[in-house]
Design a protein around this ligand. Structure first.
Ligand SMILES: Nc1ncnc2c1ncn2[C@@H]1O[C@H](COP(=O)(O)OP(=O)(O)OP(=O)(O)O)[C@@H](O)[C@H]1O
Length: 674
């Protein structure tokens, strides 16, 4: 702080004190002395009932005369002087002492560092905090608070309390990022004509907003939507956006006069990342920081308010009067323990925590130094003087509801785990009971998440035990889902297999009928089914005679000739062979399977019996001829020539062909036996 502006020395201050001119000396200095004694920037006043009391700090700021005031002889004369210790202010013949007095030369930064920085620090430690700017219209409240328009365009020296506090808050968060996790929200409301308006959501009707007290006695603004903000820039944008909707007007005393009380609230939620032995101690702390730019107190005669402005002026003054009454009730030792009229106005109701409640509060009384405003300045100083004795009871705001939910969740998890272990041990684990427990746990988790209003953060950010509980829950849910899927798949497979089994049974019955003729093969020591299978396989890749040969179908006692017959086949005689008894019918595959193909492509098989001694020359003419010697008739050969079965022949047909071959062979066998 720059105390150079002090115009009155401490000696003069003491002299006036001796003359008995000092207003409310005992009360005002009491606060100041305590402040000095404790050397505590938060104005700690003592301990009562286990709660540390905090004195409401009061500072006075005088604004310099404006250019137009300096050029007007009526307004250019000053009436305010200051003590050299920076705590006393002299107006006319009266002197007042406060925690701090800032002369017109004191810059924005000094005011901020002195009055607000400690509050931001304590807010980061979990205490509620409030800064109130009070004063006559045009005395510099909006300038001091820094909640006017075009904040980003202002030079650093002109930045008010709000942008500086936001900047400090984010830098504190960054510094503490390794040991705590923060969620920052903000809300911006104005109280105009006894109606609350959500400046960040101007479409919200005022009627849907109400001031309530929650179960813990904290004051909440029901119906006002809080915005989650992740950076300094975002919050400044919120500030600017809300300022655009603030009710302002031009009066004879201030061209851009705020016609409402504006409250910008920063909500700081934090969770420690430093794990302690007891995981539940790792709870959530929430602190609210109200930055209040009150509407200016004014004398209607001087502001020239008429019509709507007149009504506005009246309600502004009523609100400030109610605030004054609350301040009196809280600050006057004689009225101690009496009813505090918080409900007299919306303003006092909203600020209930900040005045005499759970908050560290600083009031900055803004004054004009011009002699023309002497009366208003005196009123402001008297008003602020009464606030010096107010003692608040700030406490760290642990989120009790979150702790309770946390504990319930822990118990539920423990129970679920125990039940699962018991079930597993006794082999009585039932998926549905497990599922029920999991559902219960997950609804508890959901409850906690909704309560915290942390939709934008992943669930596992709530805290460490919850994180692992969440993880476990997710894992089990996935397992359940997977099991359900597997059951469904298996059921489908069973159905399919039953259908296939039915088809196979029908097929088997059919083949059994077909296989009846194979019984004699078994009598010969051959395994009919195996033979059939091998033949069918080989048919798909080899020539038929070779197969027959390789599979031993051509028994040593094989008859001298063989022919293929099938009911669906088309038979043709090869015209190139003489039509005598030795020529057997040629076989082709059924028409359906050769559609669109050349007959040659499918191949022809000719089986002919001849005596090689007689007709040797014919044999040599043939290609792809296979001679099979009949041991029983050494001179007789079976010639199977030019046999190719197309590979695309379906298995069904190869089976039928094979069956035909086999049945033919059998018939030949029986003939041979006869
Ligand atoms: N400390 C200061 N240094 C320089 N200029 C200041 C200072 N305080 C206020 N002003 C100027 O004085 C004028 C009035 O200030 P401001 O609008 O902040 O008053 P106010 O108390 O908010 O008025 P109202 O109650 O009518 O809204 C503005 O032009 C502002 O820039």
């Amino acid at each position: 702080m720059n105390p150079s502006a002090a115009a009155v020395s401490w000696n003069k201050f003491a002299a006036i004190q001796e003359l008995g001119l000092l207003q409310s000396t005992s009360t005002t200095t009491a606060a100041g002395e305590e402040y000095n004694k404790n050397g505590n920037v938060n104005g700690v006043a003592g301990v009562a009932g286990g709660t540390t009391l905090s004195v409401l700090r009061v500072a006075v700021r005088a604004r310099p005369l404006q250019q137009d005031e300096l050029t007007d002889y009526k307004t250019c004369k000053e009436c305010v002087s200051y003590t050299s210790d920076g705590r006393g202010v002299l107006v006319g013949k009266r002197i007042f002492a406060f925690d701090r007095v800032y002369g017109p030369m004191v810059g924005q930064e000094d005011v901020y560092l002195d009055c607000v920085k400690p509050l931001v620090d304590s807010c980061c430690a979990g205490y509620n905090a409030t800064v109130l700017a009070y004063g006559q219209t045009g005395s510099g409240k909006t300038f001091t608070m820094g909640c006017g328009k075009n904040v980003p365009l202002l030079p650093e020296t002109e930045l008010g309390i709000l942008p500086r506090a936001i900047r400090q808050l984010y830098s504190s968060i960054e510094e503490r990022s390794s040991d705590a996790e923060f969620l920052i929200k903000c809300a911006f409301v104005e109280i105009h004509n006894e109606e609350i308006k959500d400046l960040l959501h101007p479409a919200t009707p005022s009627k849907s907003i109400s001031v309530r007290e929650d179960a813990h006695g904290d004051i909440i603004l029901a119906g006002v939507k809080e915005e989650v903000v992740t950076s300094f820039e975002n919050m400044i944008r919120c500030l600017e956006y809300g300022s655009m909707f603030r009710t302002t007007g031009s009066t004879m005393m201030n061209q851009h006069s705020s016609r409402s009380h504006a409250i910008f609230t920063i909500i700081v939620e934090q969770r420690s990342l430093v794990h302690k032995l007891n995981a539940l101690s790792n709870d959530v702390i929430t602190a609210k920081f109200h930055l209040v730019d009150l509407a200016g107190s004014e004398r209607v005669k001087r502001t020239g308010a008429v019509g709507m402005s007149f009504k506005e002026s009246v309600t502004i003054n009523c609100g400030l009067l109610a605030l004054g009454n609350v301040i009196s009730a809280l600050g006057d030792e004689r009225k101690k323990g009496r009813h505090v009229p918080y409900r007299q106005s919306k303003l006092t109701r909203v600020l209930q925590d900040s005045l005499g409640g759970n908050s560290r509060t600083c009031m900055i009384a803004c004054i004009s130094t011009a002699e023309i405003n002497l009366e208003e300045t005196l009123n402001t100083l008297k008003y602020a003087n009464r606030a010096c004795n107010i003692r608040n009871k700030p406490i760290i705001n642990h989120d009790l509801h979150a702790i309770m939910l946390n504990q319930a969740l822990q118990r539920e998890l423990l129970l679920t785990t125990r039940m699962c272990c018991m079930d597993l041990e006794h082999g009585t684990s039932e998926p549905y009971s497990l599922e029920n427990s999991l559902q219960c746990t997950s609804s508890l988790l959901q409850c906690l998440v909704e309560y915290r209003g942390r939709e934008i953060l992943p669930l596992d950010d709530v805290n460490a035990p919850l994180k692992s509980a969440c993880h476990e829950c997710e894992k089990r849910e996935k397992q359940c889902l997977k099991l359900h899927e597997q059951i469904q798949e298996s059921q489908f497979l069973v159905g399919k297999l039953q259908q296939e089994m039915h088809q196979l049974q029908t097929e088997r019955d059919r083949y059994q009928v077909l296989l009846q003729p194979l019984a004699p093969l078994a009598a010969l020591g051959m395994k009919p089914l195996l033979v059939l299978e091998n033949v069918a396989k080989s048919l798909a890749c080899c020539t038929l005679p070779r197969i027959c040969f390789e599979q031993g179908l051509l028994h040593p006692k094989f008859p001298d000739h063989v022919a293929f017959l099938h009911k669906d086949a088309t038979y043709k005689l090869d015209p190139s062979f003489p039509a005598d008894d030795s020529l057997y019918p040629m076989i082709s595959l059924p028409n359906s399977s050769i559609a669109g193909r050349d007959q040659e492509d499918i191949g022809w098989m000719q089986i002919v019996e001849f005596d090689d001694e007689k007709d040797h020359s014919w044999m040599s003419k043939q290609e792809d001829t296979m001679m099979i010697k009949d041991m029983a008739k050494p001179k007789m050969h079976i010639q199977i020539s030019n046999i190719q079965l197309h590979r695309s022949v379906p298995m069904k047909w190869t089976m039928l062909i094979t069956l035909s071959v086999v049945s033919l062979l059998l018939r030949r066998f029986s003939r041979v036996r006869q």
